[in-house]
Design a binder for this molecule. Structure first.
Ligand SMILES: [Zn+2]
Length: 257
């Protein structure tokens, strides 16, 4: 019986998260296309038909419709159910770490914006300034509700990666996008400097793997850029939830804790 209650609770939290994911899909499509996200209902991007509410159930609708629009039969991008599933999973993981709390709400808002940032970065190779500014809201709210990190660690976190990245762009122009620099600055203020380093490290591992795959697949295209922002977002989310444990584990390897 208890298992059933837990299952229903987790299912509810997952679905609530994926509903927010559904809204993120709207942002991910509309922000780069300069369509106001508050204007009008969701529509099919091919035939522009307004989507009926019963076709807007996160994840399920995509499978019920076999990944095609009900009207024009054009394929719907797999990224739609993916964003919904990722956001649902984020809601679950944050609930597991922070339970019902204001902090959960702040971290979920922060992480949801990161999902939008990551997928817009994948689509367009740019990070909209508007989203970075919105990211400041949960970041500043965490100052009031989170005990850790302290303000000194946050300020160092703001500069510790962003400043070197900024300086490197003088030597190697176009090496990093300006969006990546602003993103890691704001995230650094959220995470504090220890966890900012963890976030960068994780981002570099995933970005590095992507880079190696790109090089082996397409040897003629060595100059092709990869959207690093998406991996930074993965790193920041992981560090937000598990950074302290990762640092403890890492120091433990050297008998330092
Ligand atoms: Zn359609």
């Amino acid at each position: 019986m208890l298992y059933l209650v837990y299952f229903l609770l987790y299912f509810f939290i997952f679905m609530a998260g994926s509903c927010i994911g559904s809204f993120l899909n709207v942002l991910i499509y509309r922000i780069p296309n300069k369509i106001p996200f508050w204007k009008g209902r969701s529509f099919c991007t091919s035939c522009k038909t307004t989507i009926k509410p019963y076709d807007m159930i996160p994840i399920f609708s995509y499978h019920i419709l076999h990944g095609k629009c009900r009207h024009c039969n054009k394929g719907i991008s797999k990224s739609y159910p993916l964003v919904e599933a990722i956001t649902g999973l984020i809601a679950l993981l944050i609930y597991r770490s922070f339970d019902y709390s204001v902090l959960s709400l702040i971290y979920f808002t922060f992480s949801s914006i990161l999902v939008a940032v990551a997928f817009i970065d994948i689509d367009t190779m740019t990070i909209p300034n508007g989203l970075i500014i919105v990211l400041l809201v949960p970041t500043l709210a965490s100052l009031l509700f989170a005990q850790q990190p302290d303000i000194i660690s946050r300020i160092i976190g703001f500069f510790i990666i962003s400043l070197p990245m900024f300086l490197i762009t003088f030597a190697i122009p176009d090496c990093f996008g300006g969006g990546d620099i602003k993103l890691i600055a704001v995230c650094g203020f959220m995470l504090g400097w220890h966890n900012t380093l963890v976030a960068l490290f994780i981002g570099l591992i995933f970005g590095g793997i992507h880079g190696i795959i790109l090089l082996t697949k397409d040897k003629n295209n060595r100059k092709k850029h990869i959207a690093f922002g998406q991996y930074l977002c993965v790193g920041v989310f992981t560090a937000l939830l598990y950074g302290d444990n990762i640092i403890k584990f890492y120091l433990g390897l050297f008998g330092l804790n």
